[in-house]
Ligand binder design. Structure first.
Ligand SMILES: NC(=O)c1ncn([C@@H]2O[C@H](COP(=O)(O)O)[C@@H](O)[C@H]2O)c1NC=O
Length: 512
C-alpha cells in the first residue's frame, strides 16, 4: 500500500482529494488539524506521530521533523542500499506528499500584526517536507497547490504520471518555497534595518495575468504583483469597470499617468501617451482640469490614457467620451457618467484612487539591465530646498505657483525635459530629447497657445544660455531649474537681460 502524507493549512478541496486518494489505494497520514478535518468526513487517517513514535510538541513547532518522515520521503526506490536501510529502521516509504504552508503572506499583511505572530507563521516542517519530496520527485509525487489536485488525480487514475509531470510538480515546490523565503527575508529586513540594498536581493512577485502580448505582438508578456508586508497598492488593485483586458502597454502607460497624478492634491487631470505626458491640467474642478489637459495637445491624446484624481461627473464624462481614449482612470464615476462612458465599447475604465498610493514613497525603483538590475530610491522629492531666486527680478506669487506646477510635471518627463505652462496648464512639453535646446524648441514649438507670459521648467541645469534666449523670445517670464552648471553666471545674466525671473531648486530630476 502506498502512503500519502497530507498536512495543509489551506484545507480547500482536501477532503474530496483525500477521498479519491483512498479510492486509489493510498493510506492517509496526517497532522493534527488536517487529520481532524479528514476524520470528520469519515476517512481513516493515521496520525504522523504513529509513524514517528514521537508526539507533536512545542505548540506544533515540531510535528513532522523526524527521520521516519524524511527517510520515508527521501529514500531512492531504485537503490537497494536505501531500501534496505529504511527497512532495517522500520520506516515505510511516503509516496505522495500534499502540503501547503502556514499563511505567512496573509499574516504579515494584516494591519498591526505582531512580530511574534509573524514569526510563528514561518512554516518549518512544511517546506522541509516539500523540499524532500521535490528533491526525490522521481519517486514521490508532491503537491503544493490545491489547484493541482484534479490534475494529479487524473494522472494517477490514468496511470499517466510522467517524468515531466513529476518535474513540473517539483518545480512548483521550489518556486513556492523560494517565494515564501523571499517574503520572510523581506519582512525580517523591514524589522531589522529596512535596508533596500541588501547584499543578496530576492523579490517576491506573483502573477496577476498573462498578457495577450508584450510591448509588441511578437513579444510575450505578463503582469506580476509585488507581495510584501508593505501592502503596496498599485494598478494590480485597480478595479476594471468596463472594456477589454488591459494590455502590457496599457499598464505601463497607466503607471506613468498615475505616477504624475500622484504629485497633485488639487483637481488634476493627466493625459499620457506612450508612457509620456502629453497634457496636464490643474483646475477648480475635475472638468476644468481635464479641459486644460486635453487642450494642451488634442492631437496626441488620441488613443492615450487619462488619469484623474476626482470622481468623474457626467459633464466630464461627455468631454472624455468625445475623444478616443484607451483608458480612463479615476477614483470613482457617477452613475450617469459611467453609463455614458460605457457606451464606448473599447475604452477601458478603471476605478483607482491615486490618493491611496500617496504614502508609498519608500518603494524602490528597479531597472533591468542586461545581466543585472539597478535599484534606486524612488524620485520622491521635489526640491532640495525652497526655490532660490537667482535673478534681479523676483518672481511674482503667481509665477512661483506656476513654476511649482511646471516643475512637478517636469519631474515626470523623459530627459532632456522642458515644460512650459500657464494658468495650471501645460502648454508645451519637450521630452526625451538628446539636447536641452531641442527639448526647449519642442516645448515652444508644440504649444497650441501663445507662450507669452508662460513659465518654463527644465529637469536639469542649462549647459548653455541658448535655451534661455529661446524662452525669452517665446515670451517666458520665469524659469525654474536645478542650477549647478559651470555657466550658471552667464545663464543668470541672460535671464537678467530679458527681465526673466529665474529660480534654482538645487535638485535635478533626470528620467532616462
Ligand atoms: N512543525 C512541523 O513539523 C510541521 N509539519 C507540518 N507543518 C505545517 O502544519 C500545517 C498543517 O497543520 P495541521 O494539519 O495541524 O492543521 C501545514 O501548513 C504544514 O506545512 C508544520 N508546521 C510548522 O513548521
Amino acid at each position: 500500500m502506498q502512503n500519502a502524507l497530507i498536512s495543509v493549512s489551506d484545507k480547500t478541496g482536501i477532503v474530496e482529494f483525500a477521498k479519491e486518494l483512498v479510492n486509489l489505494g493510498f493510506r492517509l497520514i496526517s497532522t493534527g488539524g488536517t487529520e481532524s478535518v479528514l476524520k470528520a468526513s469519515g476517512l481513516d487517517v493515521v496520525n504522523v506521530s504513529e509513524i514517528t513514535h514521537f508526539p507533536e510538541c512545542l505548540n506544533g513547532r515540531v510535528k513532522t521533523l523526524h527521520p521516519a518522515v524524511h527517510a520515508g520521503i527521501l529514500a531512492r526506490r531504485n537503490l537497494k542500499d536505501h531500501m534496505n536501510q529504511i527497512q532495517d529502521l522500520g520506516i515505510e516509504t511516503i509516496d505522495l506528499v500534499v502540503i501547503n504552508l502556514y499563511p505567512f503572506a496573509e499574516t504579515i499583511q494584516k494591519p498591526k500584526v505582531s512580530f511574534e505572530e509573524a514569526i510563528e507563521n514561518i512554516d518549518i516542517g512544511g517546506p522541509t517536507m516539500l523540499r524532500s519530496a521535490a528533491k526525490n520527485h522521481e519517486d514521490v509525487l508532491v503537491v503544493v497547490n490545491p489547484e493541482d489536485y484534479s490534475g494529479v488525480l487524473n494522472a494517477l487514475k490514468e496511470k499517466s504520471v510522467t517524468h515531466v509531470f513529476r518535474r513540473e510538480l517539483a518545480l512548483k515546490v521550489f518556486e513556492h518555497t523560494a517565494f515564501y523565503d523571499a517574503l520572510i527575508s523581506d519582512y525580517l529586513r523591514e524589522q531589522v534595518d529596512g535596508d533596500v540594498f541588501p547584499q543578496k536581493m530576492t523579490l517576491a512577485y506573483e502573477k496577476v495575468q498573462d498578457m495577450r502580448y508584450g510591448e509588441n505582438p511578437h513579444q510575450r508578456g505578463a503582469f506580476y504583483r509585488e507581495v510584501s508586508s508593505k501592502n503596496i497598492r498599485g494598478l494590480a488593485d485597480a478595479k476594471q469597470l468596463h472594456g477589454k483586458e488591459l494590455s502590457f502597454n496599457n499598464i505601463n502607460d497607466a503607471n506613468a499617468a498615475l505616477g504624475l497624478l500622484n504629485e497633485f492634491e488639487k483637481p488634476t487631470a493627466v493625459a499620457v501617451k506612450h508612457a509620456t505626458p502629453c497634457g496636464v491640467g490643474v483646475g477648480i474642478d475635475i472638468f476644468h482640469a481635464f479641459e486644460k489637459a486635453n487642450a494642451c495637445d488634442p492631437v496626441s491624446i488620441f488613443g492615450g490614457v487619462v488619469a484623474l484624481n476626482r470622481p468623474v461627473d457626467l459633464e466630464t464624462a461627455e468631454k472624455l467620451g468625445s475623444i478616443f481614449l484607451e483608458i480612463i482612470i479615476a477614483p470613482d464615476f457617477e452613475a450617469d457618467a459611467l453609463e455614458h462612458l460605457m457606451r464606448k465599447k473599447n475604452v477601458r475604465i478603471l476605478k483607482f484612487d491615486v490618493a491611496d498610493t500617496q504614502s508609498q514613497n519608500q518603494i524602490v525603483d528597479l531597472k533591468k539591465v542586461t545581466g543585472g538590475i539597478l535599484i534606486q530610491d524612488q524620485d520622491s522629492k521635489l526640491m532640495a530646498e525652497d526655490m532660490k531666486v537667482m535673478t534681479e527680478r523676483i518672481p511674482t506669487k503667481q509665477e512661483m505657483e506656476e513654476m511649482t506646477f511646471a516643475w512637478t510635471v517636469c519631474k515626470h518627463v523623459k530627459s532632456n525635459g522642458i515644460v512650459i505652462s500657464k494658468n495650471g496648464m501645460t502648454l508645451g512639453l519637450g521630452q526625451g530629447q538628446v539636447s536641452r535646446v531641442w527639448a526647449s524648441e519642442a516645448a515652444v514649438g508644440h504649444s497650441n497657445f501663445p507662450t507669452k507670459g508662460s513659465v518654463l521648467a527644465s529637469d536639469a541645469f542649462f549647459p548653455f544660455a541658448d535655451a534661455v534666449e529661446l524662452a525669452a523670445k517665446a515670451g517666458v517670464t520665469a524659469i525654474i531649474q536645478p542650477g549647478g552648471s559651470v555657466r550658471d553666471a552667464e545663464i543668470i545674466e541672460v535671464a537678467n537681460q530679458y527681465g526673466i525671473a529665474m529660480v534654482f531648486t538645487g535638485m535635478r530630476h533626470f528620467k532616462h
